[in-house]
Design a protein around this ligand. Structure first.
Ligand code: FE2
Length: 519
């Protein structure tokens, strides 16, 4: 099935206008026989998904929101509202949030006796995204995020609100009088997920385990069965003398008004490479994938040299739009980059929550999109373009340059931190974040329940030819959007059948691989 036009119309004269739609839609990069043979040798985790029955009443959402309301404040990606009686809380939601979720948020804010106001933005009908919509979405989003940060600065000065709860991506102001917190609650199915019940202490322990090893290593090697193979040197020049935080001059060049955010990791989103460029940049290799923060797209291959993306092949319409953006900016020198052009690699971020799952109902619709699942433990998102909300990006935008950034998700990556005090440490192996198996994290988890259960991923995507039967090229990579939407429907409506189908065995695989057998 050829890709169809998405939310952004294919308009002649626009930067991302695709001239020959049919030709671009069928331009994708099949996995080679050699790559397939490599995948066969890998022992990838079996598909898994939580069996979450449809939510019928708003009260079913309250236990998760209550847990989040009690979590001590954190500036990270996972919600930690730390609600206090009498505090002035501004909540920004929109008509893309499910009405039942808005209702539940109202209830919990009232229950904690906060002095709150919920602002609902009318964004028009929620779009059903196509993967290639990410090209334009992140041109728009960049402007929106800059406006949010400006508005938080104003609110911090004015002192009208103690806390603002808004959005679920990008930087926030850290260590200010006003506290900015996250609103990842879009659809009821994601609200009732056990991810919100995970104690903050466990999430912090996972983050710290990962961050400690990344800071210490000399080089990084990232691979993934979909074809990524990428290396970079973890230069001393990124770090301060003790390698505890990023070097101050880099932080001030990129986040001068937000140093506490810019000098360390974002909880729930660990920088697998520093989110800025230095002259020594030597990121080199290939990135191959089928998914961004919005929705799936036909398989794409990018070549990276000195952390610059030198070639983009395939990717269907998404790939073509990225090539158009690359051509448009080929002669533009961006602030802080070593070479001209917008297509530069600055992100390889690692999700750290084991319980995140891809919501099945109305997927790739409005805010219920690929952005959410990047938080699952061990999922890496490769990011490229200008550096999100950095001073450099904002200066370039003011100077009239095109700014924005885009993504490739890796679901079964292996991330090796080389030479951590003489030893290579595998941080992620085939999508399994090794922090979840570490004695120190397990010991903390044991304070709250069974560590095996608390630290087991709820969701592992079912990808034909990777971790289930089928041919990767024919059943998935040619049109992963079609497969994914079908898989989600099947998973939602025919759950036990789906589990048996993806397990590949007559008995439905090992009992622990199936959600239905364990719940
Ligand atoms: Fe990110």
């Amino acid at each position: 099935m050829p890709e169809i036009e998405g939310y952004y119309k294919n308009t002649p004269g626009s930067i991302t206008f695709v001239k020959d739609w049919a030709a671009s839609a069928s331009d994708w990069i099949p996995m080679t026989a050699e790559e397939k043979a490599k995948v066969k040798q890998m022992n990838l985790p079996r598909p898994r998904c939580p069996n979450i029955p449809p939510v019928k009443h708003v009260d079913e959402l309250l236990p998760s929101l209550d847990a989040v309301a009690r979590r001590p404040y954190s500036g990270g990606l996972w919600p930690a509202w730390d609600l206090k009686k009498g505090e002035k809380v501004l909540v920004k939601m929109s008509n893309w949030h499910h009405p039942m979720v808005i209702d539940a948020v109202r209830k919990i804010l009232a229950q904690y006796e906060t002095d709150f106001h919920i602002e609902i933005q009318d964004k028009g009908p929620a779009p059903q995204w196509q993967g290639h919509d990410e090209a334009e979405y992140y041109l728009d989003r960049t402007k929106e995020l800059a406006e949010w940060i400006d508005s938080w600065e104003v609110m911090d000065r004015e002192g009208k609100w103690d806390k603002v709860i808004q959005g679920y991506g990008g930087p926030i102001l850290r260590e200010r009088k006003i506290k900015i917190q996250r609103m990842p609650f879009i659809v009821p199915e994601a609200v009732v997920s056990p991810c919100h019940q995970l104690p903050a202490e466990v999430l912090v322990a996972i983050d710290e385990w990962v961050w400690k090893r990344i800071r210490a290593c000399k080089r990084v090697h990232i691979t993934d069965p979909e074809g990524t193979d990428l290396r970079y040197t973890n230069h001393d020049a990124y770090w301060n003398d003790t390698r505890e935080v990023f070097r101050r001059d880099h932080v001030e060049a990129h986040y001068s008004a937000n140093v506490p955010y810019g000098e360390t990791y974002l909880p729930g989103h660990i920088w697998g490479r520093p989110p800025f460029m230095i002259p020594q940049e030597d990121g080199e290799g290939v990135v191959k994938g089928t998914m961004n923060h919005i929705a799936p797209y036909p398989r794409m291959e990018m070549t990276i040299k000195n952390s610059v993306i030198t070639d983009i092949k395939g990717g269907g319409i998404f790939g073509e739009k990225l090539r158009l953006l690359a051509q448009n900016t080929a002669g533009t020198q961006y602030s802080g980059f070593n070479a001209p052009g917008i297509m530069q690699w600055w992100e390889a971020s690692i999700g750290t929550s084991p319980k995140i799952h891809r919501p099945r109902e109305n997927y790739a619709n409005g805010f219920n999109c690929g952005l959410y699942e990047r938080m699952r433990a061990g999922v890496i998102h490769i990011g490229f373009g200008t550096i999100i909300s950095a001073d450099t990006e904002r200066a370039d935008a003011k100077a009239g340059k095109l700014v924005g950034h885009w993504h490739v998700h890796l679901y079964f990556p292996t991330y090796v931190a080389e030479d951590v005090d003489g030893e290579d440490v595998t941080i992620i192996e085939h999508g399994r974040l090794k922090a979840l198996d570490s004695p120190e994290v397990r010991e903390i988890a044991a304070k709250y329940g069974d560590p095996d259960e608390l630290l087991r991923e709820d969701w592992v995507p079912a990808i034909p030819g990777l971790n289930m039967v089928g041919d990767y090229n024919e059943h998935y990579a040619r049109d992963p959007y079609r497969y994914t939407m079908m898989e989600l429907d099947l998973c939602r409506d025919y759950h036990p059948l789906f589990q048996k189908l993806v397990s590949g065995g007559p008995e439905g695989g090992e009992p622990e691989s199936g959600c239905c057998s364990s719940r």
